[in-house]
Design a protein around this ligand. Sequence first.
Ligand SMILES: *Cc1c(COP(=O)(O)O)cnc(C)c1O
Length: 462
Amino acid sequence: MRYISTRGQAPALNFEEAMLTGLARDGGLYLPETISHLSAAEIVEFEGLPYEEVAFRVMRPFVGDTFTDEEFRGIIARTYEGFAVSARAPLKQLAPGHFLLELFHGPTLAFKDFAMQLIGQMFEFSLKRSGKRVCIVGATSGDTGSAAIEAFRGLEAVDVFILYPHGRVSEVQRRQMSTPEEANVHALAVDGHFDDCQALVKDMFNDFEFRDAVSLAGVNSINWARVLAQVVYYFTSAVSLGAPHRKVSFTVPTGNFGDIFAGYIARTMGLPIERLVVATNQNDILHRCLSSGEYRPDGVIPSISPSMDIQVSSNFERALFEAYGRDGKAVAQLMDELKAGVFTVSQGAREALSEVYDSARVDEDETRGEIARQMRDAAELLCPHTAIGTKVADTQRVPGTPMITLATAHPAKFPDAVEEATGLRPPLPPHMADLYERSERITRVGNDLAEIENLIKKRTGN
Ligand SMILES: *Cc1c(COP(=O)(O)O)cnc(C)c1O
């Protein structure tokens, strides 16, 4: 299986190379040259299988010869053993026809663990085999960073640097990044927004001298292996509601478009998904773009759903690549236009997008109102991101097609917002109950590429 860049210029890579590299050298994102297909008969067999076995069957074709079957099964087994529930991604009924896919039972209480734990295991395997060392640099609006640090802490062949916007992540998120004691973990608080952090990481990848000097590796949601890991729970949840004989729809609280794009891959592989609904907060560039065709970033307004406070949605580039019939040149052109502030999606590509995706936005008051309503009606405490999903799902549901909303984080990760809406403060699960007592280790840095590159070189001995 070969991987090609969404901008058409970088060399094709195999799975292992695409995983270790993250961002392509032409600035694009990697996608498989062909998306493998599962027959209805193969999907039917998923019914009743352990999560790990479905994960193996769904991901196996994309991994090529990077791992043997036995190695890959071992990697998957280790990936999910730290999850609190054996179903891994349990599905719960919220209301008639409306289901909640709980993706927050991993070690850092957000869906990011599904992919990050897998990447941690795959990196470790791969680097041990080659004797190489890498430096992982990632930007986070909160959850990716904590998931990455949890997945890579203490691994021998890896240093991990996480850039997060100072003062703009929740206390639980910050503490999950700042309290691990392992020397290979570095939490950097940047004076800026998430988009600044993301731009800094992109600039580091485009600084080839630096990139090669420290052996930079990316684990942001642009990493194909992360998208791949997220494809699995679309299958397990849809099958438990009757797929492939019955269609289902998904509503996905969306920021960087990684999670929902995994749904698109599942659909392309043959899972009968009717609609994929993008739910955004007040930072609604995706909703505006999908409704008007115009992609125009404007400033980020901090919200109570910080993991979706994004105006440059990296993985949307993959959706564009697909909508433009895999025309890398056209995508590169759009990204050039974006540097000047805005691009407009062509009519044909807009139609292609609207065959798959719907979208809606939810503002701050509506989010709080929805958290309160679900507590009242369903006795469920939802995190603010998930509440944005359930609110949108309710407006988009059609009779006869079950709607699954992805519950992307545990409410205890955002206790202030939940308490404000409901008067109830969700407690942390037992394994992290002492989080508030552990001591923190943070480095403050400016929004300055040279400063951060120097710090990384120094700490990695380059
Ligand atoms: C990352 C995250 C999202 C957004 O996911 P994307 O893949 O970036 O679209 C939504 N909710 C939570 C809790 C998250 O951590």
